[in-house]
Ligand binder design. Structure first.
Ligand code: CA
Ligand code: CA
Ligand code: CA
Length: 215
């Protein structure tokens, strides 16, 4: 738990560092130079961002490894729920048990700024025939499920606040989407490439598998 909190904090710091000051270039700006390889982004079903440098395993594997608490290579419903609840606590900055507007804005602007960033011509997560409009698709471009905004998407009664009960229901709904054979567990082989991963050519490789002890 503590390790994950630290990892999340480090990620936030990393992102803050990438944002640059008021005079710095916008994140990901190429400033007219040759395009730089982009950091790979994965957004978990609950909306937690995972990033990996270009060339490394796509970070869906990092999410799976973290959520698979007992590391048996099977992500069970209870592990999936625990992962979602852990992220809910991270999003609920004031600890009142609900995710409300400033906390949603923090997710949009600070935790996953890539979603609102305009990459401009030649930018984006890919080029050529596989261009993704990440502003339109939102998190869905980086996710295993087609959900542009995992936080708002959990607000079932449209009250502009996400309760713990709504979050739990959303987690169960998402788990069902990822466990189509209904055997109660998600396997690494169930992780289909995300649209961003496919656009970068990741559709030719199997999804990254988390390391398993003893193999
Ligand atoms: Ca497990
Ligand atoms: Ca709150
Ligand atoms: Ca609500």
């Amino acid at each position: 738990m503590r390790v994950r909190m630290l990892a999340a904090a480090a990620g936030a710091l990393l992102m803050a560092g990438c944002m640059g000051g008021p005079h710095g270039p916008p994140p990901g700006s190429d400033e007219g130079g040759p395009p730089r390889p982009r950091v790979q982004l994965f957004i978990s079903p609950s909306g937690q961002p995972f990033r990996a440098p270009p060339g490394e395993a796509y970070p869906s594997a990092a999410w799976f490894a973290e959520a698979d608490a007992d590391r048996d290579g099977r992500l069970t419903r209870s592990e999936f729920r625990a992962d979602a609840e852990h992220w809910f606590k991270a999003l609920d900055v004031d600890g009142d048990g609900q995710i409300v507007m400033p906390e949603v804005s923090r997710w949009e602007e600070t935790l996953v700024p890539e979603l609102s960033r305009f990459d401009g011509p030649g930018g984006g997560v890919a080029r050529g025939r596989n261009v993704l409009d990440t502003r339109r698709e939102g998190a869905a471009a980086y996710s295993l499920i087609n959900e542009p905004h995992p936080i708002r998407g959990a607000d079932a009664d449209f009250s502009m606040r996400v309760s713990a009960a709504e979050w739990r229901a959303a987690a169960d709904r998402r788990f069902a989407l990822l466990d189509p054979d209904g055997d109660g567990a998600i396997l690494p082989s169930d992780l289909r490439p995300t649209p961003a991963q496919r656009a970068q050519g990741g559709d030719t490789a199997p999804p990254g598998r988390p390391p398993r002890p003893g193999r």
